[in-house]
Write a protein that binds this ligand. Structure first.
Ligand code: DAH
Length: 337
């Protein structure tokens, strides 16, 4: 029996030293109720009274040794598992991170926001209108007669006889005046379309920003003050503006407005093509016919309007010499803003 105990001990300890060992199965097999050690103890009845305590003590020692080895092995496995996990989940906080590539607003959007802020600061609100527009709003209500060259299919994308892609943001004036009664103070930025071939200064799609103010007693000097404030904020405090008489069917009188060249200050340079001035918009006093078309009494109210090309203002502001750069999505260009 002593030999049997010795065998059991050696077998168990050697299994516990092996690389692979199912500790729980081992515990059951050696120490469990139906285990080998228990079987030996059950057979103790066959021993002499002298042998019994000796074998009993030995059996206890063997059990204690196996238990100790087992506990040690379990602890060792736990530690190894923990170490493995620590290695696997190691986080090196000194490693360089994955930098997120940040984009930014398109230069046109940026210029538009800047312009909006300037006008909002003067009490304007933003109004929007559809890009697919009725002939009525784009032309007729704006006092543009049937035979006007702007109505030519050469210039305007027609969808049907009376539906078109708006060629200007001016129709928003009409839509606002139909819905709102004075005082009105709105700007309306947005896309416009003309069937022009794409070149350095033309694009079939471009952007305008319309402005409209209608109230009692609005005069040309209000228009001048508003545009001067805008020009100084947009192009710098030194900027001057200049009105040149012009014709637009929806304003009377009408003017084209230039700003003094912010590069040379008016002396003449490459940016202003030696002129000293850069044309940025059209403007005027809202034509009484237009007010009437929108249900506003021109005897009581007067107003001014203006419309400027967003690309033009942005190109002027940043010294960009080709309109196509805005639409090509070339990062080398876009990154500069
Ligand atoms: N709609 C004109 C254009 O596209 C620009 C313009 C001129 C708008 C005078 C106005 C204005 O509101 O009063 O050429």
């Amino acid at each position: 029996m002593k030999e049997k105990l010795q065998q059991i001990k050696e077998a168990a300890l050697s299994e516990l030293r092996a690389a692979e060992c199912d500790t729980e199965a081992l515990r059951v097999r050696y120490l469990g109720k139906k285990g080998e050690l228990t079987a030996v103890l059950r057979g103790m009845g066959a021993l002499t009274p002298e042998e019994r305590p000796v074998v009993g003590q030995m059996a206890n020692e063997v059990r204690a040794e196996i238990e100790a080895a087992l506990t040690a092995r379990v602890a060792e496995e736990k530690e190894r598992a923990l170490n493995d996990q620590l290695v696997r989940e190691k986080l090196d906080v000194t490693m360089p991170g994955n930098a997120t590539r940040m984009g930014h607003q398109h230069p046109l959007t940026r210029a538009q926001r800047e312009m909006e802020e300037i006008f909002i600061g003067m009490g304007f609100e933003i109004a929007e209108g559809p890009e697919v527009e009725y002939d009525y709003y784009n032309f007729k209500a704006l006092n543009i007669p049937e035979n006007h060259p702007a109505r030519d299919t050469q210039d305007t994308f027609y969808i049907t006889d009376n539906v078109l892609l708006r060629s200007q943001t001016s129709p928003v004036q009409v839509r606002v005046m139909e819905k709102q009664s004075p005082p009105i103070r709105v700007i309306s930025p947005g896309r416009v379309y003309r069937s022009d071939a794409l070149d350095a200064t033309h694009s079939p799609l471009f952007h305008q920003m319309e402005g409209l103010v209608v109230d009692k007693g609005i005069t040309m000097s209000d228009l001048k003050g508003t545009l001067e404030t805008f020009a100084k904020k947009m192009f710098g405090e030194e900027t001057k503006i200049r009105f040149r008489p012009h014709h637009f069917p929806f304003t009377e009188p009408s003017a084209e407005v230039d700003v003094s060249c912010f590069v040379c200050g008016g002396k003449g340079c490459r940016v202003c093509k030696g002129e000293g001035w850069i044309e940025i918009l059209g403007a005027g006093m809202v034509h009484p016919f237009v007010l009437e078309n929108c249900g506003i009494d021109p005897e009581v109210y007067s107003g001014f309007a203006f419309g400027m090309g967003l690309e033009r203002v942005t190109m002027t502001r940043y010294g960009i010499d080709d309109i196509r750069l805005f639409y090509e999505n070339d990062e080398r260009f876009l990154k500069q803003f």
